[in-house]
Design a protein around this ligand. Structure first.
Ligand code: NCD
Length: 308
């Protein structure tokens, strides 16, 4: 298959064109409905080695990269960072070079610093996948979000997507902005003034500092967690005041289109950015579908990068 996705790494959505995005989503569709019970893809990437290197907590991203790699027949290792030589003062660069020297083919990296994956990619011979670098990008999350939207709404072009909450510190928000704008969606940044990204105009976002107005007529409502770990204490709003102003509940959701879907990358902080009546409503919430689709989406990414 001719590849539009001809890059050696997946570091961000910025700069990726619609053809490359569609190629990943189309391949992911192929993995979505597959029956894995008989290890159908166990020969696909046999002999390739995948290393997960996570310097920040993760549940969904880490588990789905592990599962995706295993379902493709890869040898998968997850470095227990807290129990590794990082603890003895080893730098990120030396840790990455160490895994590279062992013959790892794909390195999945999550790190608190913006640009960490890019810096490692310049230095190693293996492929690097950015699983979140500080406040910058989290490309596989935006891709699985796009896959979820496309499956529920049948398209990305022309959708009105309201991305709500702490957009300033969210790499999920930033990767989604790039992807959705490239695919022709209208993207709203719905956030308190303090959490609007400085480059919102440059990114082509419609900015709303009122949740109800931002939700009006939206096809997709994506809620984001307050990234407490990336804020100074003084920046952090009180949970009660934040929910009163920016929390999504069933009443507020009525402002969006009646068939609007509700998304959240997880982890959820219930009662802060989202109420349980919405998060657990099977008629509106596609949050667990996002999780489910994360595995085939990551299989598609690993498959494509392994062809290089
Ligand atoms: C996100 C992250 O790490 O950026 N989590 C995820 O990968 N699903 C979102 C978050 O932590 O709020």
């Amino acid at each position: 298959m001719a590849s539009d996705f001809s890059r050696p790494h997946l570091l961000g959505i910025k700069g990726m064109d619609a053809a490359a995005i569609n190629q990943i989503l189309d391949l992911a569709e192929h993995y979505v409905e597959a029956d894995y019970s008989d290890h159908a893809f166990a020969e696909k990437c046999r002999g390739r080695a995948l290393a997960n290197l996570f310097f920040e907590p993760s549940t969904r991203t880490l588990a789905s990269f592990e599962l995706a790699g295993k379902r493709l027949g890869m040898d998968v290792i997850t470095l227990p960072v807290a129990a590794s030589s990082v603890h003895k003062g080893e730098t990120l660069s030396d840790t990455a070079a160490t895994l590279d020297a062992m013959g790892v083919d794909l390195l999945v990296l999550r790190h608190p610093e913006t640009g960490a994956a890019q810096a490692v990619a310049r230095q190693v011979s293996c492929s690097v996948i950015n699983a979140g670098d500080g406040t910058n990008e989290h490309p596989t999350q935006a891709l699985l979000d796009a896959l979820t939207m496309r499956r529920h709404k049948g398209r990305l072009e022309g959708l009105v997507v309201a991305i709500c909450g702490d957009l300033k510190h969210s790499r999920v928000g930033r990767s989604n902005f790039h992807l959705l704008r490239t695919m022709g969606a209208t993207v709203r940044a719905v956030a308190p003034k303090a959490f609007v990204p400085d480059d919102a105009a440059e990114l082509g976002l419609e900015v709303f500092d009122n949740l109800e107005r931002g939700l009006e007529g939206a096809d997709v409502v994506m809620m984001l967690r307050l990234q407490k770990e990336r804020m100074a204490v003084a920046e952090l709003p009180s949970p009660v005041a934040y929910f009163a102003a920016f929390g999504l509940d069933a009443e507020r959701l009525k402002k969006a289109r009646p068939d609007a879907i509700v998304m959240h990358p997880g982890p959820l902080n219930r009662g802060i950015e989202i109420a349980s009546d919405v998060a657990d409503d099977p008629a509106r919430s596609v949050i667990l579908d996002q999780v489910r689709l994360g595995v085939p989406l990551r299989m598609a990414v690993l498959d494509l990068l392994s062809r290089g």
